[in-house]
Design a binder for this molecule. Sequence first.
Ligand SMILES: Nc1ncnc2c1ncn2[C@@H]1O[C@H](COP(=O)(O)OP(=O)(O)OP(=O)(O)O)[C@@H](O)[C@H]1O
Ligand SMILES: [Mg+2]
Length: 380
Amino acid sequence: MRFNPFNPQQPARPDFFVGREPEIITFEKFLVQTMHNSPMNLSVTGNRGMGKTSLLMKFEQIAKENSCLVVRLSNYESNVKDIIDLCDFIALNIKSEILSKKNLESLGEWIKAFKPTLGWNDFTLTLEKKQVAQELFRQKLIKLWEEAKPDFKAIVLLIDEAESLEKVSGALTFLREVFQRISSEANYMVVLAGKLNFPERMSESFSPLNRFFPTQRLKSLSRQEMKEYLERKLKTENVEITDETVNYIVEKSEGHPYVFVAMCYLIFDSLGEKDSLIDSTLIERTALKIKSHLAKDFFSPMFHPLSKKAKEILIAICKNSKKNEFTLKEAIKWSKETGSYLSPYILELLRKGILNKPERATYRIFHTLFLEYVLEVKEG
Ligand SMILES: Nc1ncnc2c1ncn2[C@@H]1O[C@H](COP(=O)(O)OP(=O)(O)OP(=O)(O)O)[C@@H](O)[C@H]1O
Ligand SMILES: [Mg+2]
């Protein structure tokens, strides 16, 4: 079996990471601020598969090179039901990171001592509970920073899939309050990544969350970036690719990182055992495979959870729009519904990352291949 250098299931390895220069520069600036006792935070937002986790891993590498302690958190859905769980979860993760770096005491003992000292169960009133939680969490974080300080210049908290924290009532505001208040005493930098809603909702007002976690929105990869990635990966396996084929992949993927890497994976997968050139004949052989793979692994899980009405509206839009961009007025005409009837469904499609809103009153279906998929579902 031949080794395939592409893997759409895994975030990019930092050594094969391409692009995202503006985001990286911002991160580096804010990191330097934080390391010099003036903490700054940020957030990264982007649709499914746009490269948020990959970027966090790049941030992790940079922060570690700068002698910072890095704690990357995700998958808390089962661990975090409320703010108190969140405090425990964050503190526990920082502590275990410090211990794993220092190799001092055993983590198990610390965990045993950890929970009881907090005694959350005594507090029944939500507000009171929250204030006490805040105070205890702050103290805990400062203590953890004191422990880490001799060896590290800052503690960088990378919080992936942060959209699930938006569902925990008040959690992001809570984090903002806590980290703002300790910023003069401890060098913590918090980076949120996910399909975040707060930048959308409050983009017009200058909201505290937007100010505390200024948002970087991930865009499509450029042609140059995709080319660089392809060539670097293929070189490891001594495989060449024609310019024509690069163009095809660039165009079809539209710079969407997941779609792009999935295409690369499937194309490489179709290469014969002894072949060492990717050209247009190979692409022709792979086209159907790409289509069915994307339908199954990416598009269908996005389409099927939609409400019945949102599906109908989406189908009407896909059927009528010649390209993947359309206006609200057109959507009204095509769906034969009023604007006020339509708007909650348009909102649903925006929230689920199926539509983007590049300008006022203009919408864009996130990927042309998705549009084609919807048309086929409708017929099938
Ligand atoms: N900057 C990049 N350079 C190279 N490959 C990338 C880059 N960004 C993303 N990719 C590739 O795109 C795919 C999706 O990336 P990633 O998992 O980071 O996206 P995500 O936004 O975290 O997705 P999800 O919304 O599902 O969590 C991965 O296969 C990854 O290797
Ligand atoms: Mg991710």
